[in-house]
Design a protein around this ligand. Structure first.
Ligand code: PLP
Length: 227
């Protein structure tokens, strides 16, 4: 409990400080606590400190935690890769999915979203640094995929998500994030209303905030190193 409290306060202060340094409103940046491979008790602890948005990468692990935390009002974000056979469970249990990179998966999520729930919030994952090890589309494919997703009734396109290649300097970190921000501005110019830049993790959150991130996904800095 003690460490998570200290860590969470530290991350909140870091976000506020970065926002003020680039003349942004700290409240325009949502903190997503990434709880993968950490126990439900850690999530409960962060929840008691006011944290409401949590990110999970693995469906089975997430389902187990959702059961254990049924009594809490949590906004659940799926931030892992989505295989076809997982779409139904994700559409039924999550509020957000951040890693959409195929229209087929988007269609399934839309079709399988229960009609009593609001549309599932989604982000398109962009492989901004063209790494073969990472999921996501190239920017050239974005207009077509965004248009297709925009039409689907069961999901709502909220914006773009990326995990850039590790960089040495702040300027290099910013350059990758700037490309994602420009891509979202371009979508907005084309009449696609979206409002979310899901970018920034423990080691690059400041650079992401400087380039307009509206949602930082932070694991290690809150819950400590993962095994
Ligand atoms: C694990 C993970 C994070 C959190 O990473 P940290 O470096 O621990 O902050 C963020 N986003 C995604 C997609 C992840 O898989």
């Amino acid at each position: 409990m003690k460490n998570i409290e200290i860590n969470l306060n530290h991350v909140r202060a870091q976000i506020a400080e970065a926002a003020l340094a680039c003349e942004r409103d700290p409240d325009s940046i949502l903190l997503l606590a990434v709880s993968k491979r950490k126990p439900s008790s850690d999530i409960r602890c962060a929840w008691q400190l006011g944290q409401r948005d949590f990110g999970e990468n693995y469906l089975q692990e997430a389902q187990q935690k959702m059961q254990e935390l049924e009594d809490l009002d949590i906004t659940w974000h799926f931030i892992g890769a989505i295989q076809s056979n997982k779409t139904r469970n994700i559409a039924e249990a999550f509020d957000w999915a951040h890693c959409i990179d195929r229209v087929k998966i988007a269609r399934r999520l839309s079709d399988q979203r229960p009609s009593n729930l609001p549309p599932l919030n989604v982000c398109i994952q962009v492989n901004i640094d063209h790494e073969s090890s990472k999921a996501g589309i190239d920017l050239g494919e974005l207009p077509e995929l965004a248009q297709a997703i925009y039409q689907l009734p069961g999901i709502r396109l909220r914006g773009l998500m990326t995990i850039p290649a590790p960089r040495e300097t702040f300027a290099e970190q910013r350059a990758s994030f700037a490309q994602l921000a420009a891509a979202m501005s371009e979508l907005q110019r084309q009449g696609i209303s979206c409002d979310t830049l899901s970018m920034g993790m423990t080691h690059d959150m400041e650079a992401a905030i400087f380039e307009g991130s509206t949602l930082v996904r932070i694991g290690t800095a809150i819950f400590g190193e993962r095994d």
